[in-house]
Design a protein around this ligand. Structure first.
Ligand code: NDP
Length: 433
C-alpha cells in the first residue's frame, strides 16, 4: 500500500488475487523463496506521457497517456487501451494486474499489460479523435511491437480508434506490422469474431457454469449492464442460446425491455449512430428508461455485468439473491465489489469472475496475432469454434483447480490459483529478471 499510495482499484485487484493464494504458497515454498509475490506486483515497466492535441475550435488540449507493461513471463505484453476521463495510474495497474492472470488462463503465449488515457471520446468529432490517437501513438510507438507489447481496445477504444492508432504507427515506422495491435478492421488485418469475442465468451462461460448443475440459458431471463462492445455481443449470444435479455444500460440509466431486447435496433443506435440508450426508448414501444436505482433490482436468472468496475455492490448482490439469480458471469473487469462477490459465493450463486469469464476477448486477440503472423484469415465458424474451445477449457481448468484445493465450484479460487501458478512457474524458470 505504501509503495502505491491512492491506487485503490489496484489494491482491490491485488487483494482479491492474494486472498486465494494461502494454500498455494504453503504447498509451493519455491514461490516465496523466489519472491514471486513481490515481483508480480511490480510492473516490469510503466510509461506515463503527455498527449497534446488540437480540438475543432483550435484550442490546445493536454491529456495524460499510460502504458503499464506488467508481466512478460508468458509472452509479449498484451492488453487493451482505455480512453475514459476516470483513467489514472491506479485503474491502469488494476487492469494490467488482472490481465496477467486472465491471459495465462487462455493457455496462449501472451503476457499482461494495459494502457489508456483520461481523454473522453464522448462528444468529440472524428477529426478530434483521430488527432488525439495520432498524438497518443507518436509516443506509444517506441514501446510496442509484435514481439514486445501488443495493445487492443477497451472502454472508449473500438475499431475506429484502433484504425487511427494503427495508421499512425504504420506512418511513423514505415512498417505494415499487423501484429502490433489487435481489434483491427476486417479489411486491414483484423480477425472475424474479435468484435463479438468478449461478450460471446462470457455467455459461453455462464452456459458452462449452468451446465454443471444441469441447467442452461434456454428460456432464462438475462440482465446485462452496459451497452458497449461487450454488452451488445453478450446479448447476442444469450439470445442465440434461448435467453431473454431484458436490460442494458449506459451511464445515464438503464433500460428494461420485457419483450426481449431488439438487438438490431440497439446495434443501429450504438454502433452506427453512436447514440445513447434513451434513443432506444423513443423507437421501441413498451421499453422503459430508469434513471435512478439499480439495474440489478430487475429480477433475473442470469446477471452479466458488462459496463465497468465496481458497478455491482453488496446491496445489488443481496437483491439479486432475493430475486433468485442462478448465475453471475462478469463481462467487465472487476464489476462486482469484494462484498458483493463474498455475498454471491456464500449464497451458492454460480459466480464467474472476470479474469476467467471475459477472457474470450484477449484469447481471440491472440488468435488475431496468429493469423497476422501466418498472413492468413480464418472463417467466422472456425474462429468461433476456437473461442468456444478456449472458454470451455478455461471453465474446466478453473473447476479442476478448485477441486484440487478442496473448494469445489469456487471459480474465484480456481481462476486465481490456476492463473497465478502458470505465471509463477514461468517466472521462476526464467530466473530473477
Ligand atoms: P465500451 O466503451 O464499448 O462500453 C462501455 C459501456 O459501459 C458503455 O455502454 C458505457 O456507457 C457503460 N458504462 C461505463 N461506465 C459506466 C457506469 N459507471 N455506469 C453505467 N454504465 C457505464 O467498453 P467495452 O464494452 O469494451 O468494455 C466494458 C467492460 O468490459 C470494461 O470493464 C472492460 O475493461 C471489459 N472488457 C472489455 C474487453 C473487450 O474486448 N472490449 C475485454 C475484456 C474485458 P457510457 O457510454 O454512458 O459511458
Amino acid at each position: 500500500l505504501r509503495r502505491n499510495p491512492g491506487e485503490v482499484e489496484f489494491h482491490q485487484a491485488v487483494r482479491e488475487v492474494f486472498e486465494s493464494l494461502g494454500p498455494v504458497l504453503r504447498k509451493n515454498p519455491q514461490y516465496a523463496e523466489a519472491a514471486v509475490l513481490e515481483r508480480i506486483c511490480e510492473p516490469e515497466r510503466q510509461i506515463i506521457f503527455r498527449v497534446p492535441w488540437v480540438d475543432d475550435t483550435g484550442r490546445v488540449r493536454i491529456n495524460r497517456g499510460f502504458r503499464v507493461e506488467y508481466n512478460s513471463a508468458l509472452g509479449p505484453f498484451k492488453g487493451g487501451l482505455r480512453f475514459h476521463p476516470s483513467v489514472y495510474l491506479g485503474i491502469v495497474k488494476f487492469l494490467g494486474f488482472e490481465q496477467i492472470f486472465k491471459n495465462a488462463l487462455t493457455g496462449l503465449p501472451i503476457g499482461g499489460g494495459k494502457g489508456g488515457s483520461d481523454f473522453d471520446p464522448r462528444g468529440r468529432s472524428d477529426g478530434e479523435v483521430m488527432r488525439f490517437c495520432q498524438s497518443f501513438m507518436t509516443e506509444l510507438y517506441r514501446h510496442i511491437g509484435e514481439y514486445t507489447d501488443v495493445p487492443a481496445g477497451d472502454i472508449g477504444v473500438g475499431a475506429r480508434e484502433i484504425g487511427y492508432l494503427f495508421g499512425q504507427y504504420k506512418r511513423i515506422t514505415n512498417r505494415y506490422e499487423s501484429g502490433v495491435l489487435t481489434g483491427k478492421g476486417l479489411t486491414w488485418g483484423g480477425s472475424l469474431v474479435r468484435k463479438e469475442a468478449t461478450g460471446y465468451g462470457s455467455v459461453l462461460f455462464a452456459q458452462s457454469m449452468l451446465g454443471t448443475v444441469g441447467e442452461s440459458l434456454d428460456g432464462r431471463r438475462v440482465s446485462i449492464s452496459g451497452s458497449g462492445n461487450v454488452a451488445i455481443y453478450a446479448a447476442e449470444k444469450a439470445q442465440q442460446l434461448g435467453g431473454r435479455v431484458v436490460t442494458f444500460s449506459d451511464s445515464s440509466g438503464y433500460v428494461v425491455d420485457e419483450a426481449g431486447v431488439d438487438l438490431s435496433l440497439l446495434k443501429e443506435i450504438k454502433e452506427v449512430e453512436r447514440g445513447r440508450v434513451s434513443d432506444y426508448i423513443a423507437r421501441r414501444p413498451g421499453a422503459r428508461l430508469v434513471k435512478d436505482g439499480s439495474i440489478w433490482d430487475v429480477p433475473t436468472d442470469v446477471a452479466l455485468p458488462c459496463a465497468t468496475q465496481n458497478e455491482l455492490t453488496e446491496a445489488d448482490a443481496k437483491q439479486l439473491v432475493a430475486n433468485g439469480v442462478r448465475a453471475v458471469a462478469e463481462g467487465a473487469n472487476m464489476p462486482s465489489t469484494p462484498e458483493a462477490v463474498a455475498l454471491l459465493r456464500e449464497a451458492g450463486v454460480l459466480f464467474g469472475p472476470g479474469k476467467a469469464a471475459n477472457a474470450g476477448g484477449v484469447a481471440t486477440s491472440a488468435l488475431e496475432m496468429q493469423q497476422n503472423a501466418s498472413r492468413d484469415s480464418w472463417s467466422f465458424g472456425h474462429t468461433e469454434d476456437r473461442l468456444a474451445e478456449i472458454m470451455v477449457s478455461i471453465h474446466d481448468n478453473c473447476l479442476a483447480t478448485a477441486d484440487e484445493y478442496d473448494v469445489p465450484g469456487d471459480y474465484v479460487v480456481g481462476a486465481n490459483v490456476r492463473g497465478f501458478t502458470q505465471v509463477a512457474d514461468a517466472m521462476i524458470a526464467l530466473g530473477v529478471v
